[in-house]
Design a protein around this ligand. Sequence first.
Ligand SMILES: CC(C)(COP(=O)(O)OP(=O)(O)OC[C@H]1O[C@@H](n2cnc3c(N)ncnc32)[C@H](O)[C@@H]1OP(=O)(O)O)[C@@H](O)C(=O)NCCC(=O)NCCS
Length: 184
Amino acid sequence: MLPEVIQTSRLALRPFRFADVPEFFACLQDPDMGQYLEGSGKPPTREQTAHIVARHILADRNERCVWAITIDDVVVGAITISFAKEQRIAEIGYSVKKPLWGQGITSEAAGAVVDAAFAHMPDLQRIQASIHPGNAGSIRAAAKAGLAYEATLRAYSFVHGEVSDEVICAIVRSDWQQSQDPNR
Ligand SMILES: CC(C)(COP(=O)(O)OP(=O)(O)OC[C@H]1O[C@@H](n2cnc3c(N)ncnc32)[C@H](O)[C@@H]1OP(=O)(O)O)[C@@H](O)C(=O)NCCC(=O)NCCS
């Protein structure tokens, strides 16, 4: 089981609370937030945001762990890791509010989740991210967290009514172990 709270140099990754709904709603209102994501592409309403937060709070942590990315206890984004194949494979996803893009927040949060997952789950072999090919910031953030470009799946997803390719970036346990070697 992964820690409920993960501290990094600038961030605290912690469980969502119902009190986070207004702040998280504000994070999601910029239309660019959903530009590359499946779904309607429209920012969620306050009620939809409350449902999202409720799902995050109620998630079965054996299947999916979600953390609010916070600075000074204020939510600035979210990061999730979902498990499959009897917990040998995981998929990571993240979002950070637009005014803070490009400050390394996602790569810092994703790197910490990758470290925690491999450290706490000895059977875990692989963590991947599935990203729209146009989402250069996400591909770069994944790379900075150790998830290297692996493949482009053609016509794999459907984003805002359009068939889209999907980029797969991944880190496997042996990559992670090498990255932990102080003599490398
Ligand atoms: C994707 C997302 C989470 C990245 O968050 P972030 O906190 O800005 O990420 P980071 O700052 O850690 O890293 C982003 C990197 O990409 C770079 N980048 C951003 N936009 C870019 C672009 N259009 N082209 C090339 N590089 C870009 C940044 O400069 C940064 O690299 P650097 O540190 O070497 O300068 C954020 O854009 C977001 O929330 N988007 C909406 C939701 C989403 O698409 N989530 C991902 C689903 S797969």
